[in-house]
Design a protein around this ligand. Sequence first.
Ligand code: SAH
Length: 218
Amino acid sequence: MIDNFQHKGLRKRLVDGLRLRGIRDERVLEAIGKVPRHLFMESSFVRFAYKDQAFPIGAGQTISQPYTVAIQTQLLEVHPNDKVLEIGTGSGYQAAILLEMGADVYTIERQKELFIRTQKLLPKLGYQPHFFLGDGYKGLPTYGPFDKILVTAGAPFIPEDLKVQLKVGGLMVIPVGSYERQRMFVVRRVSETKFENSVHGDFIFVPLLPGIENQNKE
Ligand code: SAH
């Protein structure tokens, strides 16, 4: 678990690049400058860790591109002590960014292999979210409501179950669209019954897949 001066230098360059691409939230940039992304990747990809690209993490999944992580986190308007639900734990990198910003993170993964691996890795790096193996479409009704919800896989629609787990005044960032392309939505809960959506550009995510129970029934 080495994080040396070379890694730190590469991270600084990554942060400079993200700033040039328009990321404005200094707290997001600071977190990206701190989290050792190379330690979240399989060793064969380590030398690519600080390029602004997505990479495979096993189980057919990817660690999101740093720019995408930065945009999603910026749109999430994270404040210290925010209770944040993340859908799609994956490598744990996004969860680490949120924790670095002082959030209390609840994260759900549907693939057991990734759930087990990341549950072991993150505490070793000093990051301690609450881990759940389950169906992100359903969220965590017994642990909600949440200040923020972040969906890190492409969803075919905005799940109603997640909307109702937002606090009034809270917001959800979720890429919505087809398998090939999604638009980044911010869904704000402005009252008990009222939600307002805004759209923030096109992205490509791995798909939000049906939950584990549904999968067994197919
Ligand atoms: N946040 C991750 C990105 C992982 S990619 C990171 O920082 O590395 C998206 C993840 O969502 C994958 O790990 C995938 O297995 C998971 N996923 C897909 N559908 C899901 C669902 N219904 N519930 C929970 N996780 C899901």
